[in-house]
Write a new protein. Structure first.
Length: 325
């Protein structure tokens, strides 16, 4: 018996430098099953592809009816990549793929539509379609974690730019004299406000010896070099002054950056995801107030700052969203 369209599923795949996550996602954006397997990022191209096949096969095997219901596979892959041709160009963290036709190789095996995108663009689309951004027409999404990725959704579609490389908002510089980012530019918001930068500022404050005992030292077993951004969040929740100052500085930096985004795009909503988003949750009100002071656009206070819905599953949901149209 032929199944109705509402029973259909898509496979969302999230490829990283060390793991491949895949999930079965229904038409409402609910992840019905998911698995994680190791990624072979530094070997032969075929080894990396086989890791993707393994992740897809395992999640399809979790439901005996899944293969008959699958209508598409969406893959979040590290970039640079070309979403139109499905070619992964030269991702630093997945060196096995150079000008690799990932979408075409997956189509050969599974015989369904396959789309690829970078993770932040795909996560932005998932949030627009099913998550915190549902009901908004134009969105700016940022995932703040080890790095800062961004995605732009306009009229319900990812804005890719001329070649598919648009929306690298994490590499917008806000300080010409700031530290040099891995991309080569000085003062990018990524090098100033991502997780490693938060930890680095906290360690510098501890090393300077502000005259007060910090919970951070206890969390790091007395080793300043062992302080992480997660420890900063824990210490801030316990009212540690150094941790609170460190996160307040992060809010200051992000508010300046986001005010630039608002003045450029004036989106209907801004969605913040990634590991750092959770630790900044208590500061969202302050972040919005500071943005309003910087923005030229006088009605910027009407733009909501929203916490992302999908959290650590953003890559799976994002991959699925690519096939949701």
């Amino acid at each position: 018996m032929k199944r109705e369209h509402h029973d259909s599923l898509v496979v969302g795949v999230d490829v990283g430098g060390t793991k491949v996550a895949s999930g079965l996602v229904d038409r409402d954006g609910k992840i019905k099953a998911q698995i994680r397997t190791p990624m072979v990022a530094n070997g032969e191209a075929r080894e990396g592809l086989d890791a993707v096949f393994s992740a897809i096969d395992l999640v399809l095997g979790s439901d005996p009816q899944a293969r008959s219901l699958i209508r598409g596979i969406g893959i979040c892959s590290p970039g640079p990549l070309d979403p139109k041709t499905g070619v992964v160009i030269n991702p630093p963290n997945v060196s096995c793929w150079r000008n690799f036709p990932l979408a075409a190789e997956v189509v050969k095996v599974y015989r369904v539509a396959v789309r690829i995108e970078n993770d932040a663009n795909a996560a932005a689309l998932a949030e627009a379609r099913w998550g915190a951004g549902r009901g908004y027409r134009n969105l700016f999404y940022t995932g703040i974690g080890t790095g800062i990725g961004t995605g732009i959704v306009l009229d319900g579609h990812i804005y890719n730019g001329r070649t598919g490389a648009a929306a690298e908002g994490g590499h917008m510089s806000i300080d010409y004299h700031g530290p040099r980012c891995g991309c080569g530019k000085p003062g990018c918001i990524e090098v100033l406000a991502a997780g490693p930068a938060i930890a680095r500022r906290a360690r510098a404050k501890l090393a300077a010896g502000k005259g007060c005992r910090s919970i951070l030292l206890d969390l790091a077993n007395g080793n300043i070099d062992g302080v992480t951004s997660e420890m900063v969040a824990q210490a801030c929740a316990a009212d540690d002054p150094i941790a609170k100052q460190t996160l307040q500085e992060t809010v200051d930096l992000l508010s300046l950056w986001l005010s630039n985004i608002v003045d450029l795009l004036e989106p209907d909503a801004i969605i913040i995801g990634g590991g750092v988003a959770a630790m900044l949750d208590p500061f969202f009100g302050d972040l919005a107030d500071r943005m309003a002071k910087y923005c030229i656009i006088s009605r910027c206070h009407e733009i909501p700052l929203l916490k992302a819905h999908y959290g650590p599953d953003a890559g799976i949901a994002g991959g699925a969203a690519l096939c949701s149209e």
